[in-house]
Design a protein around this ligand. Structure first.
Ligand code: AMP
Length: 280
């Protein structure tokens, strides 16, 4: 497995692969990898001749008071996991390599204005911009994203359609801890007490799935989920919403495929979780 810090190196390596007729999968990450990321890399390895993992804490997707500085990093450990999962190249640029004097950004309306976009108004602009740059640098055949970040996945799918990127977007299921907590690099912020409290998210997901399967409207689903979270003293709801699976706009009557998503503060740590519900 190779590592590269510069765009030039990545382009040269991918060019050689292409010359040999090899297909390329890309897994964009912010590093501090766990089994969630590993599942994406493994899938990319199964479906492509070569796999590139980007390991880059992208500054443009963090707001002014967010955790850019404290975001956990461990590049050596990340490289070991990438190699084990079958990655061929890890791209680990400095912020200065990715952004010199950036005046061009990729924004997406409507889909970015609900759910996480309310509390994090510049987040998806940063995500769309860095993912577009990675797509142009790596020129993958396929790119892999987790359903854990379901709004991000919907936004990337729409961006790829709208901007005619010739890239297949592959969504991968949420990987959870044994007790249900969705794996996240940010789980390391949690104290032992908060770690227990954080289980209210996955409990709310379970409850929501039961209530929605019984044919209830969104308001009933949401109330049942909020009751569980509000019963946890360390938890504070940012949002719990039912939205259309494609345009991320709120829906009341569940007559089409929806995403049920939430963000909850456990102490100072903001965690997300979700489930999708398809109409049969
Ligand atoms: P991040 O490093 O948090 O930006 O995540 C990089 C990619 O890994 C994104 O596509 C995430 O959705 C995905 N991912 C993160 N956590 C999980 C998880 N628990 N299960 C599946 N995918 C995940």
């Amino acid at each position: 497995m190779k590592t590269a810090n510069t765009i030039k190196e990545v382009r040269a390596i991918v060019k050689e692969w292409r010359a040999s007729g090899l297909s390329v999968g890309l897994v964009p990450t912010m590093g501090f990898l766990h089994e969630g990321h590993a599942s994406l890399i493994k899938r990319a390895h199964e479906e492509n001749d070569r796999v590139v993992v980007s390991d880059f804490v992208n500054p443009t997707q963090f707001g002014p008071n967010e955790d850019l500085e404290s975001y956990p990093r461990d590049f050596d450990r990340d490289c070991k996991l990438c190699e084990e999962m079958g990655a061929d190249l890890v791209f680990h640029p400095d912020p200065s390599e990715m952004y010199h004097d950036q005046h061009t950004y990729v924004t997406i309306d409507t889909l970015s204005e609900t759910l996480c976009g309310v509390t994090r108004p510049i987040h998806f602009r940063g995500v769309c911009t860095v993912v577009s740059k990675l797509f142009n640098i790596v020129t993958p055949d396929r790119a892999y994203f987790g359903e854990k970040d379901a709004q991000q996945l919907a936004i990337i799918r729409k961006m790829v359609l709208d901007l005619n990127f010739d890239i297949e977007i592959v969504g991968c299921p949420i990987i959870r801890e044994e007790d249900g907590l969705a794996k996240s690099s940010r789980n390391t912020y949690l104290s032992a007490e908060e770690r227990k409290a954080a289980l209210c998210l996955s409990r709310a997901v379970k409850k929501g799935q039961e209530v929605i399967s019984a044919g209830c409207d969104s308001s009933v689903v949401l109330d049942s989920m909020k009751d569980i979270i509000n019963a946890e003293p360390l938890a504070k709801i940012d949002y719990v919403s039912v939205v259309d699976a494609l345009d991320m706009q709120p829906v009341e009557k569940i007559e089409k495929d929806v995403l049920v998503a939430m963000a909850v503060y456990i102490g100072k740590t903001r965690l997300i979780d979700n489930f999708s519900y398809k109409i049969k």
